[in-house]
Design a protein around this ligand. Sequence first.
Ligand SMILES: [Zn+2]
Length: 84
Amino acid sequence: MSIAPTEHPLATLNATHRCDRCSNSRAYVLVLLKDSDNLPESGELYFCVHHADQYKEPLAPYTRDTIDERWQLTEGIRDDGHVH
Ligand SMILES: [Zn+2]
């Protein structure tokens, strides 16, 4: 990670976001999809770290943007959102 701590944006993802694939893991990655008839209407997919890695390449052609907040795992932000 090359982002300095002071440059971290406010977290978009929190404990209420769950992986769309396994649903019991907290989501740390949000994939914003391009408009397409073949994709969910919401155009958003939430993934835990495990599934983010698994789906990154298959979804690459459909991905408009990716919000990757895995830095939360290493910056001491717990599920309750408090910074330690
Ligand atoms: Zn998952």
